[in-house]
Design a protein. Structure first.
Length: 566
């Protein structure tokens, strides 16, 4: 019987990678696995990286091993310290800790250079003078073998001398590269003498201008894994062909440690793009307000929007680890945060489109403190006091001057229940003469119905939320939605993916009204606005006493209704 794994969401069968790990542990091959999460510090992490983080750190935690955080920083022209800092913050926020095992590929630049010279000495690498375009043309096609570089048969001595001159800065950028000498007829095009080093004059965020040559990712990655004694090198399917080069480098150099590379399917999600290049376009062209824009599925964007670490871990557990590419609907991620917040988020009342209600028979100047539950199923979350007065705000959608028969909210002659308050009946309403817009609703209340129950047992179907007008806190609310209007915005390569941007992905609402207690809400506080959705206090825009709220997710999947034509 297949072993089951205990996760945040309970026991589940082992995926194929954990089966390998468990078998290696059982066989004594790797009693304590060592994995690594190896991001390039050239952008912010997104939800796809979260899947890899949860996998690598999760395996280390589950099997008594360790997981390294290693920055594969081999391209200084695109890498910055701010990306390093953001990645570290994201990993920690998700609930994982690398402890003392923080590494950089740049830590190994001296060793990597020595390995490159070793390949030259055994005639397995050579300096090539072809340009990048010429190398591509010489590489051949899937049906035709490549053509040898005219420099392929240089002597070992000449290659060593040229490579050292490359290191010493004697040649301009792009004029020469170091290539592995493998097989220009290999069925795996990547193995047709791939580039191992290139000349690149750019200050590195850690080594400064010490180097003007930098190792390529494929050469660096396998050797970094080896130097750190990684046991299982887990990567996504697009690196499947790279495994041939990964193994070739380690086998050719006869390294003492040879990690096993295992590929799994990357995360593909609807209504978004997962390419760092395209995410960078959205930022640089002003379609979003930065990498942490709450519409972005970067981890920093999800954090600012109000997603919880547990919800993202639960999402990653739910989608699982497979060998075949598939698409995950955005609703799966949204449901994960709904499920978490339904259990943990305190309830409050907030009115996003205020309409004033005047209770004509309520004593002027009287203010009652009504008792409200912070969570209907969680008494341990306690209660709070909510002020009630003669003038209230309700949601404009909760009133209709000419309501249809099945409209169970407020209308002329209709009675509704105020949440935690009284039963009220509409007796009249005021309108603006020019626009016809309703400006105020006049009601009467039944003083014997405090708490919302009628002593005579009469049934009232509608219950609406409200806030006391004199006490309400005016605030700004951002109603965030999906950033794209179509499931696969970058599916058509002939169409700019940005034409599918949802112009209503953020609706900024000013002068919303919420309970006065929220004036002291701390940044990142998560709440449920009753009947509205889940919201969090924006960590970037809020000021003391002036919170800005971001909608995390609606109470229900409204997009499912849209797609079904409901």
């Amino acid at each position: 019987m297949m072993k089951e794994l205990e996760t945040d969401s309970g026991a589940k069968p082992l995926d194929f990678i954990r089966q390998i790990i468990a078998q290696d542990q059982k066989d004594g091959k790797h009693p304590a696995p060592t994995t690594r999460f190896p991001p390039e510090p050239n952008g912010f992490l997104h939800i796809g990286h979260a899947k890899s983080i949860c996998l690598n750190f999760g395996i280390a935690r589950e099997y008594g091993g360790r997981c390294h955080l290693r920055f594969d920083d081999t391209n200084p022209s695109k890498e910055e310290t701010k990306y390093v800092d953001s990645i570290k913050a994201d990993v920690q926020w998700l609930g994982f800790n690398w402890q003392e095992h923080l590494y950089f590929a740049s830590d190994y630049f001296d060793r990597l250079y020595e390995f490159a010279e070793q390949l030259i000495r055994i005639n397995k690498a050579y300096v090539c003078d072809l340009s990048a375009d010429e190398i591509r043309r010489h590489r051949g096609t899937l049906t035709e073998a490549g053509t040898d570089s005219p420099n392929r048969d240089r002597s070992i001595e000449e290659n060593l001398a040229l490579f050292r001159r490359m290191r010493d800065g004697d040649f301009p950028d792009g004029s020469r590269v170091l290539r592995a000498k493998i097989d220009m007829a290999s069925p795996v095009i990547l193995m047709r003498d791939p580039v191992l080093y290139r000349i690149l004059r750019a200050d590195h965020h850690r080594t400064g201008n010490k180097w003007c040559i930098y190792p390529m990712y494929d050469f660096t990655h396998c050797l970094s894994d080896m130097l750190e004694n990684i046991t299982h090198s887990l990567c996504t399917l697009e690196f499947q062909d790279n495994r041939s080069l990964y193994d070739w480098v380690l086998e050719t150099l006869e390294t003492p440690c040879h990690p096993r590379q295992i590929e799994f399917a990357r995360l593909n999600m609807t209504y978004t793009v997962m390419s760092k290049r395209k995410l960078l376009q959205l930022v640089e062209e002003g379609f979003v307000e930065g990498w942490d824009d709450p519409r972005m599925l970067t981890i920093s964007g999800l954090r600012r929007r109000g997603y919880t670490p547990k919800s993202i871990r639960s999402f990653c557990e739910q989608i699982g680890i497979g060998k075949k590419e598939s698409w995950i609907d955005m609703s799966v991620l949204e449901n994960a945060v709904r499920e978490d917040l339904n259990e943990t988020a305190p309830r409050v009342m907030g009115v996003l489109d205020p309409l004033k209600v005047i209770i004509d028979n309520y004593p002027e100047g009287l203010v009652e403190e009504l008792v409200a539950q912070n969570h209907p199923q969680k008494p341990e979350l306690g209660i709070r006091s909510v002020p009630f007065s003669r003038e209230l705000y309700i949601e404009r959608d909760d009133f209709m001057a000419e309501p249809p028969r099945k409209f169970f909210r407020l209308g002329p002659g209709r009675e509704v229940r105020l949440r935690y308050g009284y039963l009220i009946t509409c007796v009249s309403f005021d309108q603006d003469e020019s626009s016809g817009m309703v400006t105020a609703v006049h009601c009467t209340y039944d003083p014997d119905t405090k708490g919302g129950n009628a002593p005579d047992g009469r049934k009232v179907k509608g219950t609406i939320h409200w806030v006391s007008a004199p006490h309400a806190l005016s605030c700004t609310v951002n109603l965030y939605d999906r950033l794209f209007t179509v499931e696969h915005p970058d599916a058509d390569k002939d169409v700019d993916f940005k034409v599918h941007i949802n112009r209503d992905s953020r609706i900024k609402k000013e002068n919303c009204m919420v309970e006065p207690s929220l004036a002291g809400a701390e940044p990142a506080t998560r709440l449920q606005f009753e009947r509205q959705g889940y919201f969090s206090v924006d960590s970037a825009q809020s000021l003391p006493g002036k919170p800005v709220f971001n909608r995390i997710v609606t109470l229900r999947d409204s997009w499912a209704k849209i797609e079904k034509g409901a």
